[in-house]
Design a protein around this ligand. Structure first.
Ligand SMILES: Cc1ncc(COP(=O)(O)O)c(C=O)c1O
Length: 397
């Protein structure tokens, strides 16, 4: 099946002997399951037979969603987690189980991921180093000197939208005995599938494009075969799993992912072109820009004609206070946090996603006080343009 059909069908319509087949997977709220024979339960507890016994281990609604995300990312198995951050934590803990406790991470990533690495894993003796993963020489040098157990990148980096050469990094990781973990939240499997390109583990904040409607907090970890059972083993103990209602909503959201994302990408292309000649705008960051520093990699990795649906830009003379006023002038665009929803969202990294990153790290990431990020929705582009134009022109910059 092609992607647009997989999003609609994969994971659904499980048959059980003698029972009618629901056309979509229902929400199974039960926390415990039993069988006609306790011997069956015994075999399920012992992993000798597949089945459900306790929802911290596995449950039917989650299993359907996990089959769907495994199919979309071309993985071996998936785990649906309570948030994207929970997905990242279990991914790092899994890949570091039998490798050196050191993570070489892209220096251009979501602020809370920096917090996870430095403040959560760091105190447990995980060494962390940041590098520009789009600078091949710097990356190679860091791999050789640091000897990481894990290399971590975002498929499209947050918020400056750099795109690293995943196949080349996967080869470097393999040769160094490190696992490659890719956060594919911004790109979605519609744009690229990192496991096909050599990654070991893919992570999503399902809160974003997968669920897509601003009503779910969730995460997904998709693994290759080698990391599937270790992820399950950790999850069975820690239990960071997604609730069944959120699983249902995520699955329902994914059914329209292909439609939504195509429209969002198209709107983002229009927005980037329009912003490029706007008198209040200094610089625009957009993967579809022919002069993008990673244009050759983007051409090689992304599905043809799609460049993602995020556009970041610097506002001429923008300061914290003038940007907060600009946000207050928006009438339709939601000046909140997050991305990937059907509605257009504007985020100011300085106060939101990268608020808790040190000023030094922020400077290294290239995040200035005048940078804003737009996650383009599915509205009519003219309404997005008009709202932004009025808010930009209404200020004294
Ligand atoms: C790229 C990326 N990864 C992970 C996360 C964390 O996801 P969640 O908020 O679902 O925990 C976010 C949240 O914004 C994100 O942008």
């Amino acid at each position: 099946m092609k992607f647009a059909s997989q999003v609609v069908h994969a994971g659904d319509r499980k048959r059980q002997p003698g029972a009618p087949v629901p056309s979509t997977t229902p929400i199974h709220l039960a926390s415990t399951y039993f069988y006609d024979s306790a011997q069956t339960l015994d075999r399920i507890f012992g992993h000798e037979e597949e089945g459900f016994c306790y929802s911290r281990y596995a449950s039917p609604t989650n299993a359907a969603l996990e089959e769907l995300t495994t199919t979309l990312e071309g993985g071996f198995d998936s785990l649906a987690t309570a948030s994207g951050m929970a997905a990242l934590q279990i991914a790092f803990q899994t890949v570091l189980l039998d490798r050196p406790h050191s993570v070489l991470a892209s220096h251009s990533i979501y602020g809370a991921t920096v917090g996870l690495l430095d403040d959560v894993l760091g105190p447990f003796d995980v060494r962390v180093k940041y590098v520009d993963v789009c600078d091949r020489a710097a990356l190679e040098k860091a791999v050789h000197s640091f000897q990481p157990g894990c290399i971590f990148i975002e498929g499209i980096s947050n918020p400056l939208l750099r795109v690293a050469d995943i196949p080349a990094i996967a080869e470097l990781a393999r040769n160094a005995g490190a696992a490659l973990v890719v956060d594919n939240t911004f790109a979605t499997p519609m744009l690229m599938r990192p496991l096909d390109l050599g990654a070991n583990v893919v992570v999503h904040s399902a809160t974003k494009y997968l669920a897509g409607h601003g009503d779910v907090l969730g995460g997904i970890v998709v693994t290759d075969e080698a990391h599937a059972e270790p992820v399950r083993r950790l999850s069975r103990i820690i239990g960071p799993v997604l609730g069944p209602f959120e699983s249902y909503l995520t699955m329902r959201g994914i059914k329209t992912l292909a439609l939504r994302f195509e429209r969002q990408c198209r709107n983002a292309g229009c927005l980037a072109s329009w912003l490029a000649s706007h008198p209040c705008v200094d610089r625009v960051f957009y993967p579809g820009d022919p002069n993008h520093p990673d244009a050759a990699t983007i051409k090689q990795l992304f599905a043809p004609g799609l460049f993602g649906a995020i556009v970041s830009f610097e506002i001429k003379g923008g300061t914290r206070s003038s940007i907060l006023e600009f946000m207050d002038r928006l009438r339709m665009i939601v000046p909140g946090t997050s991305l990937g929803d059907v509605h257009t969202l504007l985020l100011y990294p300085w106060i939101a996603s990268h608020r808790n990153v040190s000023p030094k790290m922020r400077e290294r990431m290239g995040i200035g006080e005048n940078l804003v990020r737009i996650a383009v929705g599915i509205e009519d582009f003219e309404d997005i343009r008009a709202d932004l134009d009025a808010a930009l022109r209404g200020g004294v910059w």
